[in-house]
Write a protein of this length. Structure first.
Length: 301
């Protein structure tokens, strides 16, 4: 089998900066792709209006359970770069050999990734559809979004060196926006007296660490994996003792298994969306701001 072509940005730069590629990049509109909405929106902001960015995962779908369709694979044939998160979207690697023009670039270079650790509630240390043993939800920290934007700009400049200055200018402006957003969210959430979060899915540790919160309990360590009886008993005890009144869930994941817990403990369900893209005019920045405000309203009750 042909090896999958997954390159870090530095290797991509060397591979694409060839004389023949300079001409083709300037003659034809550049097409790139990104697996999930936050990555696609970051790439769009850095790329500008002259680059077509294909978003692979449709709004409302879960990257943990997503399967590529033949139609989407055909659409990706035009892409020169496919940006991915890693861990939750490694399904894109399986079609690497079907994309003759594309390099697959993971956006985590330069980000300090958090390892999955077993905890009191039965976390599976990265098994299931989380790869590599690292928490892949790093985009839920705006500072990490700035690093992702920088990685995207480097890859775009590599395949389209004639517009490198434009990508650098877009990166500079966008990084300023994200830096201001990061400080805004810190002001909004660091002031909360209640900081402990009970979450349905273990996706929020980067968000919590960046904005002064604590993940006190997790219902599903991996999507679809229910807690063990011992883990469930420990969770009931922890929630009762801590006075937690809210469990944060996600729109992409079914929550029928939560009903006994909600009923027995009188918990309220509050939706946080780690992916976004389902609202008109949505953006990565709007997604982070919307989640922060939902957390603030819930924890201020």
């Amino acid at each position: 089998m042909k090896a999958q072509r997954i390159f870090p940005v530095a290797v991509l730069l060397a591979a694409w900066l060839l004389p023949g590629d300079r001409a083709s990049a300037s003659e034809n509109p550049l097409v790139v792709a990104a697996t999930i909405f936050p990555a696609a929106d970051i790439v769009r902001r850095v790329a500008g209006p002259d680059v077509r960015v294909i978003q692979v995962l449709p709004a409302g779908a879960s990257p943990h359970t997503f399967d590529l369709t033949p139609a989407k694979v055909r659409e990706l044939q035009a892409a020169r770069v496919v940006f991915k998160i890693g861990g939750i979207d490694d399904w894109i690697d399986g079609i690497g050999e079907s994309l003759p023009r594309a390099a697959i670039v993971t956006l985590h270079q330069g980000i300090v990734r958090r390892p999955f650790h077993a905890n009191d509630h039965g976390h599976d240390s990265g098994s299931g559809r989380h790869g590599e043993g690292f928490d892949p939800h790093y985009w839920l920290n705006a500072e990490n979004g700035m690093i992702m934007a920088r990685n995207a700009a480097a890859a775009l400049a590599a395949v389209d060196p004639g517009r490198a200055a434009a990508y650098e200018g877009n990166l500079l402006a966008y990084s300023g926006e994200l830096a201001r957003l990061h400080k805004e969210l810190q002001r909004e959430l660091f002031a909360l007296k209640k900081k402990r979060m009970f979450v349905f899915h273990d996706a929020w540790r980067y968000f919590a660490a960046a904005y002064g919160l604590e993940i006190a309990a997790v219902f599903q360590a991996s999507p679809g994996r229910e807690p063990t009886p011992r883990g469930l008993q420990d969770m009931y005890s922890l929630v009762k003792a801590s006075g937690i009144q809210v469990i944060f869930t996600e729109p992409q994941l079914p929550t029928a298994s939560l009903e006994p817990l909600l009923r027995d403990l009188g918990l309220q369900l509050v939706v946080l969306d780690p992916l976004g893209g389902g609202q008109p005019g949505d953006s990565y920045a709007a997604l982070l701001r919307r989640n922060a405000r939902a957390v603030r309203r819930a924890l201020e009750r």
